[in-house]
Design a protein around this ligand. Structure first.
Ligand SMILES: Cc1cc2nc3c(=O)[nH]c(=O)nc-3n(C[C@H](O)[C@H](O)[C@H](O)COP(=O)(O)OP(=O)(O)OC[C@H]3O[C@@H](n4cnc5c(N)ncnc54)[C@H](O)[C@@H]3O)c2cc1C
Length: 486
């Protein structure tokens, strides 16, 4: 069956969701096609989560331009999306007098009256555990940290509330000319999608899909970045985002508080094969050494998780956003590397303008629905907790002890679209399994909740991707079959 839309967005990362939400302000039909089972499963799921201020933009580049364009949106969109941004501020740390010129450059770019270059004593007052080898630091109060999952989900939920459809588990594989627009073929669906305009925001896959349209893009190089996540017990050990002076390749190894109270340490910058998100002894050692240059005695013994993210980098180190030559209504978004999270609103607005120039009629909707965040139980006062539990006893049923997540929050995640259908989907929405025990206590409760509330069978439950079954059989049977096979 053919399904027609004005705009089809390929990819439900932060960029695809930002484009969907932005366009949902206007009178047009929109669909997001995502190959995974949820939004935020690609590059957007594993990054540092920093909203870099204007001091850190890259001048004379498209990414610099869209970064600057995006910054006001983090204020403007607050009422419509209700996301949490923690304005921690940042310190860029000079470890030698040679680094001072870079601090002055940041100050010049930032044009922020409250920003200043501080000597060691003032820096230590702000950040007591900072390295004694530091000679100065640039203090920038505008830098913020955000949960990349929560931002992407806020955008996706906001888009759904305003009429956008999402379809998951549909890898797009090809395009055809259709009498009414562009035909989109997918690997798993018998349905065939047709759109007037297509936005290819598939992250790593974007150049390969551009190739399908006959549009040559230099191959993306993958650079892995490895991280440590420290337990919330370390909250306050580092108060600001701590940047080193960058290398010619990346912003360097940072130490950053997260909005939830953990400390995030990383990333390094290592060329790898696309998709290689393994962590390595060498990579993590490099991250540790880099971080220790900024902070003394960082409590690595409080590590609760390690992970790696992959940057998709074009040789020119810039975003490459362009219309297809063969299908004049397909716009490709390639090389959306850092600061793609920060620039996501700017990219969305820019894509909207490009489509409008090609004929998409952007008429504002008479009514736009605001997305409201549900209460986060662990952050509620005792009075608020009492009130919530009186309204619904599920607010008093703790599913995850480490992060104090309640059954009411899990239920919301399972039923508010685009709703969670995997364990990681629940984690990204509620923080179950994200705490100290990393799911040892709560995962079994989550499986039984999904079976009870969604009518799932045991075989239906996935950790994340379509092939990541959580339960594969009875322990005894599996053990016996393993013994027979080996
Ligand atoms: C280590 C690291 C640190 C970073 N730190 C920061 C930071 O602190 N601040 C910042 O601003 N930026 C940062 N970034 C950059 C930022 O994370 C990315 O620019 C941004 O997440 C890119 O989002 P995206 O939507 O373009 O890509 P993705 O998130 O990869 O989204 C693409 C989506 O397309 C889907 N897809 C792929 N192929 C297909 C297909 N054939 N059909 C349908 N769907 C498909 C994927 O499953 C995925 O969900 C960092 C990046 C990395 C890797």
């Amino acid at each position: 069956m053919k399904k027609r839309y004005d705009v089809i967005i390929l990819g439900g990362g932060v960029v695809g969701c930002a484009v969907a939400w932005y366009l949902s302000h206007f009178e047009c039909s929109i669909l997001v096609l995502e190959k995974e089972l949820d939004v935020c499963c690609g590059i957007s799921k594993a990054n540092t989560g920093i909203i870099h201020s204007r001091s850190y933009y890259t001048p004379e580049t498209m990414k610099g331009e869209l970064h600057l364009r995006s910054l006001p949106w983090f204020h403007q969109a607050q009422d419509e999306l209700d996301f949490h941004l923690a304005r921690t501020g940042a310190l860029t740390v000079a470890l030698s007098p040679d680094d001072l010129a870079y601090l002055r450059l940041l100050q010049e770019r930032g044009q922020c009256p409250e920003a200043e270059i501080l000597g060691p004593k003032d820096t230590q007052e702000l950040e007591p555990n900072i390295s004694e080898n530091m000679v100065a630091a640039y203090y920038d109060p505008q830098t913020a940290v955000i949960s990349p999952f929560r931002l992407t989900l806020a955008l996706a939920e906001g888009a759904v509330l305003n009429g956008v459809d999402f379809v998951f588990n549909v890898p797009v594989i090809d395009f055809h000319s259709d009498d009414r627009g562009i035909g989109i073929e997918t690997e798993t669906e018998t349905d065939y999608y047709v759109a007037h305009w297509v936005v290819n925001s598939t992250g790593f896959s974007a150049p390969a899909l551009a190739e399908k349209c006959g549009d040559g893009v230099p191959p993306l190089q993958a650079y892995r970045g490895e991280y440590y996540v420290l337990d919330k017990e370390t909250r306050g050990y580092v108060k600001h985002v701590l940047y080193p002076v960058p290398t010619s390749l990346s912003k360097g190894i940072l130490v950053s508080p997260t909005p939830e109270g953990n400390i995030l340490v990383g990333p390094n910058f290592e060329p790898v094969k696309p998709g290689d998100t393994s962590t390595t002894v060498q990579g993590l050692a490099e991250v540790k050494i880099g971080a220790q240059k900024l902070v003394h005695h960082l409590p690595f013994d409080r590590t609760i998780q390690i992970f790696a993210g992959i940057r998709s980098v074009l040789p020119e180190r810039d975003f490459h956003i362009f219309f297809s030559h063969r299908f004049s209504n397909i716009v490709h978004l390639c090389g959306i590397e850092s600061p793609g999270l920060t620039a996501s609103f700017g990219i969305a607005e820019y894509v909207g303008e490009l489509l409008e120039k090609r004929g998409l009629n952007l008429v504002h909707k008479a009514h736009f629905n605001l997305r409201k965040n549900a209460p986060i139980f662990s952050e509620c006062s005792w009075e608020e907790r009492e009130r919530l539990i009186t309204q619904d006893p599920d607010w008093g049923r703790l599913v995850c002890r480490c992060e104090e997540v309640t059954l009411a929050e899990v239920k919301r995640a399972l039923f508010v679209p685009p709703s969670a259908r995997t364990i990681d989907g629940l984690k990204r929405r509620t923080r179950v399994t994200a705490g100290r025990c990393q799911g040892s206590f709560c995962e079994m409760h989550l499986l039984s909740t999904m079976i009870a509330l969604l009518g799932f069978s045991e075989n239906d439950i996935r950790k994340s991707g379509i092939h990541s079954h959580c339960l594969v059989g009875e322990t005894r049977e599996e053990r016996e079959s393993y013994a027979t096979r080996h």
